[in-house]
Ligand binder design. Sequence first.
Ligand code: URA
Length: 437
Amino acid sequence: MAQQSTTPVERFDAVDVIHTKRDGGRLSDDQIDWVIDAYTRGVVAEEQMAALAMAIFLRGMERDEIVRWTQAMIASGERMDFSAALSRPTSDKHSTGGVGDKITLPLAPLVASFGVAVPQLSGRGLGHTGGTLDKLEAIPGWRADLTNEEMIAQLESVGAVICAAGSGLAPADKKLYALRDVTGTVEAIPLIASSIMSKKIAEGTDALVLDVKTGAGAFMRDEKDARELAATMVQLGKDAGVNTVALLTDMSAPLGLTVGNALEVRESVEVLAGGGPKDVVELTVALAREMLAAAGKTDVDVEAALADGRAMDTWKAMISAQGGDPDAELPVAKHTQEVCAEADGVVTGLDAMKVGVAGWRLGAGRSRPGEAVQAGAGVELMKTIGDEVRAGDVVAVLHTDTPERFDRSVESIDGAWTIEKDGASAGERTIVLDRIS
Ligand code: URA
């Protein structure tokens, strides 16, 4: 007698779903629900999802497809509800990713110091952009993985948590995020919007402020695309009952003067100590105001909390609560190499993408899933927009534990600085370009 198969029959075939999108069609709601669920279960193989992600990248998605894709990603895991568990309002922010974007580090404790809970479920590096968790892991002892109970307890006691999204929260995004990172499929509006919003809606924050970046170092280089991404995400958030606004911000040049994990922690601590680079402070303060306003706190002096140490106290409590030593020496790379200016003049441009790729090649980011990053690796900028330089001046210092990486990093950073004899065209850099609500 023939043996009966016990394998359940799947409703769709992954190849058919890939064909639909590859040929420019619209995925049906049922196809979307199935493909996300089957991918999460391991029935749709990584290479099939990679092909589908590339088809989405090339063909795009309609608004209602993005909505359904996001809902399916949320449904792949659990939903949290902080408002039920906490006595304070919650407000969160998410950035679409940039070079030197360390803003979450000073921002979360700053906002929490006003009595608003900040549940920051963060990610690791994606492409040429650094990841908040990779940065914080440079702090000796700090751990990214918390249980939901630990997270809620810390939100009640300290007010701020930055941790890895638990494996139960949007697990489909967890897999897809790592896959996109290594298959050249990051820079797609439907995939970025659904990735970010599935996690934020599933985490159950009351309010959300999005930092949508545009310019050379952003996934959306073009301002028009960045505006569309912002509008898509704001709508997804509002539809799900989350009070959502977006700031459109400049990522043509890196934020601050450091790119790389421990280097960026050091700069963030400078901001918490009342100093730090002007652009990092400006964006931190602008996002803090939005997050506080979204949580109903409008009459607050945000700068004062940086100047008088309140935000620093919350930072120390937040790091200690996750096993980190906020006063420990940060790791330093074993080798450094200087990059020098080739002309005299004033820096009128600094290409964020070139600097981001240089940092990544030095070991601050990963080129294979699961690869370890170097805590001390990265780029320290000695000259930035508006600075005067002379030929031969050091414009950057490259840091790495593996000096064989210097050559490719130098190749990437070559030409990053635009130096003009007449520096008048440098002007003031505007960080916040617009607000979309
Ligand atoms: N951040 C995310 O969480 N997902 C993306 O796709 C891009 C940035």
